[in-house]
Write a new protein. Structure first.
Ligand code: PEP
Ligand code: MN
Length: 355
């Protein structure tokens, strides 16, 4: 017998894997057996009900797949988790001893659905994982956590699965790491698991995303695996074999948040002091920059000139990109930084010119 769900819940890192969807009994049992054999997995996952973006694709095997999960648990000793989106699904999942429930990204966006799931959970003692909503809105994510907590669920975890956007990007769902970091900062007591599969949407960058998540001190990973990934009935491009999953988990550099070493802490403290000094200086300089912008605002006001001159803004950006390259600052950063500084300058000038 392996660890209980309570032990797994406390385990760091917590590794969850299994197919996007349960397809057949053989597929579920073989995936589970091969995952267990890697010795790297703490919990099995499979989608039983699949909220698909477009109709006509495989929408899940339904309740019929739950006994397969129960059997997979029996054979491997691993706890199991499935996605639930309705009260009936909660009831069915609990009838078949599902150990952990998860709320999917398409459900987290909908307070009615989240409330229905939460109401179905009243009086039940089961851990619940809540995926981020598909849109980048921390309030919706927080709202889902609050609804589930108010229903009396004590063990709640978060899953960061990225945020959808229109058009093709490198990712299927942009990670927007800063949102995961902010959610973690606001809820230090909740565990946060990263879902490289739905962020990546493809196999070749899974490991990079997983490593980044671990370097951001996430508590675990949920990664899809399939005995024959290319033939998976859903999310074929992002799934890997159980053996590849095991190999990937072995390749990740597992780093911890802190250690008990005086030398390390002293060295870090010294460098952090330097950073604090530099941050203070940067703010002083930015404040001076804004004072100058305000003076320019006076001249523009007196001469009836617009705040924005596109040529001047292009000139500032061009200079900054060239300088940034020499100073080892990425174009992406320079763009964001100058956008922020420029907007702040515009606001300062606006105050002078229009109030
Ligand atoms: C899934 O985990 O297979 C799934 C449907 O994910 P999400 O809710 O993140 O889209
Ligand atoms: Mn999937």
């Amino acid at each position: 017998m392996r660890e209980t769900v309570q032990q797994v819940w406390k385990k760091r890192p917590m590794i969850i894997s299994g197919p996007c969807s349960a397809e057949t009994e053989e597929q579920v049992l073989e995936t589970a057996t091969r995952l267990a054999k890697t010795g790297k997995v703490d919990m099995l996952r499979a989608g039983i009900w699949k909220p698909r973006t477009r109709p006509g694709s495989f929408e899940g095997i339904g309740t019929k797949g739950l006994p397969w999960m129960q059997q997979a648990k029996k054979i491997t000793g691993l706890p199991v988790t499935v996605e639930v989106a309705t009260a009936k699904q909660v009831e069915d999942a609990l009838t078949f001893d599902v150990d952990v429930l998860w709320i999917g990204a398409r459900t987290t966006v909908n307070p009615f659905s989240v409330q229905e799931v939460a109401d179905a959970l009243r009086g039940v003692d089961v851990p619940v994982l809540i995926k981020n909503p598909i849109n980048p809105d921390l309030e919706l994510w927080t709202g889902a956590v609050e609804r589930v907590a108010k229903a009396g669920i004590k063990q709640i975890g978060l899953i960061h699965r990225g945020f959808s956007s229109y058009g093709n990007t490198e990712y299927r769902n942009a990670p927007m790491w800063h949102l995961a970091i902010e959610m973690k900062r606001r809820n230090p007591e909740l565990l946060m698991i990263n879902d490289p599969s739905h962020i990546s949407g493809r196999r070749d960058i899974l490991l990079d995303v997983a490593q980044k998540a671990i370097d951001l001190d996430m508590d675990g990973l949920i990664i899809e695996s399939h005995i024959d990934p290319d033939k998976a009935w859903s999310d074929a491009k992002q799934q890997v074999t159980p053996e590849r999953l095991g190999e990937m988990i072995g390749q990740i550099a597992w780093r911890r948040e802190d250690i008990n070493s005086e030398e390390y802490h002293a060295a870090l403290e010294k460098l952090r002091q330097q950073i604090n000094h530099l941050d203070d200086e940067l703010m002083q300089i930015l404040s001076q920059r804004m004072s100058i912008a305000e003076k320019i605002g006076e001249y523009k006001k007196n001469n009836n000139i617009t705040i924005l001159q596109t040529n001047r803004w292009n000139e500032i950006l061009d200079r900054a990109f060239k300088k940034g390259e020499k100073l080892n600052l990425s174009k992406e950063f320079i763009t964001k930084y100058f956008d922020a500084v420029h907007m702040e300058s515009i606001n300062h000038q606006n105050k002078i010119m229009n109030s």
